[in-house]
Design a protein around this ligand. Structure first.
Ligand code: MCF
Ligand code: FE
Length: 404
């Protein structure tokens, strides 16, 4: 048994002073530091320094490891040119994103305290590193394809990847299903993929309403996607109706990614079905898109995520937190800081059905210890000081084992 004695601990969305957390692979007890029960006299004691804060391990709910080699290859600034640059450079980028590059990406996340990732896999090239890493992985096999004539072929190849990943299912790894987007997945393929997620009760995720072009295409068959689809596939009309797309997820809580163009009616649908939103502010900014209006989410919970290096310059969660803090500049600074900490802990844990993301009895002993610059004057300031002053974790534990 181990005991971490911390001057500050993040519990139930607030910071508590002088707390002892007793754990092996899971958390057994949480007590005031001066009241550690005698039965634990043999336990190893880890006393944290006076400026340290104990958090649950952070969760990055949306990342594309297979594009980790990108730095200056893809076109930033507008969505369609970016997508075109992905199409023409995918093979090169995927090849360059070898195991070493992806391992470094995982390490960058781990060092910033990320103990769980939602990894979107386009080709399965990241399966090995994800199966071997010490982090918890929700491995999202992504399905894509809008051509009705080859739905079965597309599904079979997706299902093959899904089956290959299912072999690695464990306490730390879960083979799951991701839908690329409403504009790129045929309704028949969508149904088959969602049925698979339901059959195996896996987490489910989908990019949704990421760009203005997507909105125009789905609403009116116009805009940048009209040119894109006509040129590429000779298609003049969207294969999906947005409402039907969302209804296909009815009653199966899903993590919808981006949603920068979401409107009231769609928010209501997400709310009614208890869905979640993943918020990737730096990715949205770099692809020339608007801000997700987190103040208008009507109670829908969101998780902050980095997206991949295909649309970001780092996978460090503190970089993402700071970007979000600056982006939503009209929101109260302290309330936003607290909400952002929730968005990388308890919210994504619920969205992905994980037994971590909070410090509570019976949860996995996944922790991130950060060191502040000084002793905080007020407990309410700790979220803000963490976001402003931390670049990397001081210590990281996954399932009770120290990895950083
Ligand atoms: O989340 C970002 C932007 N939105 C959509 N897709 C991707 C992102 N980063 C990488 N992608 C991948 C996606 O998984 O790009 C491809 C897919 O493989 C585009 S569609 C063929
Ligand atoms: Fe993405």
């Amino acid at each position: 048994m181990n005991i971490i004695i911390a001057p500050f601990v993040y519990i139930d969305g607030v910071f508590k002073k002088d707390v002892a957390v007793i754990f092996d692979d899971i958390i057994h007890d949480i007590v005031p530091a001066e009241e550690i029960p005698n039965i634990y006299h043999d336990a190893e004691i880890i006393s944290l320094d006076s400026h340290c804060v104990l958090y649950p391990g952070f969760i990055n709910s949306h990342v594309h490891l297979e594009f980790s080699s990108n730095t200056m290859t893809l076109d930033y600034g507008a969505f369609i040119p970016w997508l075109e640059s992905v199409m023409s450079n995918r093979d090169v980028l995927a090849k360059k994103s070898d195991e070493k590059v992806m391992k470094n990406a995982l390490k960058e996340m781990l060092q910033s305290g990320i103990t769980t990732i939602g990894a979107i896999s386009s080709f399965g090239g990241d399966l090995n590193v994800c199966a071997k890493t010490s982090q918890r992985v929700v491995y999202f096999n992504e399905v894509v394809g809008s051509n009705e004539a080859i739905v079965d072929v597309l599904f079979d190849s997706f299902n093959e990847r899904f089956e290959a990943s299912r072999k690695y299912n464990s306490e730390r790894f879960q083979a799951s299903v991701a839908i690329h987007s409403p504009y790129s997945v045929h309704p028949k393929l969508l149904k088959k993929a969602i049925d698979l997620a339901k059959k195996y009760k896996t987490p489910l995720s989908a990019h949704l309403l990421e760009s203005r072009s997507e909105r125009e295409w789905l609403d009116e068959n116009s805009g940048g996607f009209r040119v894109f689809f006509e040129k590429l596939f000779g298609i003049k009309e969207s294969v999906s109706d947005l409402k039907d797309f969302l209804e296909a997820f009815n009653q199966y809580p899903t993590l919808f990614v981006h949603a920068t163009q979401i409107e009231k009616g769609e928010l209501q649908i997400l709310k009614d079905s208890h869905h979640f939103i993943a918020h990737c502010p730096r990715s949205n900014r770099l692809l020339g898109e608007e801000r997700l209006k987190i103040e208008a989410l009507e109670g829908i919970r969101y998780s902050l995520a980095t997206d991949g290096k295909s649309s970001n310059w780092s996978l460090n969660i503190f970089d993402e937190l700071r970007a979000a803090l600056m982006l939503h500049s009209h929101l109260d600074l302290h309330q936003l800081s607290s909400a952002l900490i929730r968005s990388i802990t308890s919210n994504p844990a619920e969205a992905l059905g994980l037994n971590c993301g909070i410090i509570a009895k019976e949860k996995f002993a996944d922790f991130c210890v950060v060191e502040l610059k000084d002793t905080p004057q007020k407990l309410e300031d700790i979220a803000l000081w963490t976001i402003l002053h931390v670049q990397n974790a001081k210590k990281v534990y996954i399932q009770g084992e120290q990895c950083v």
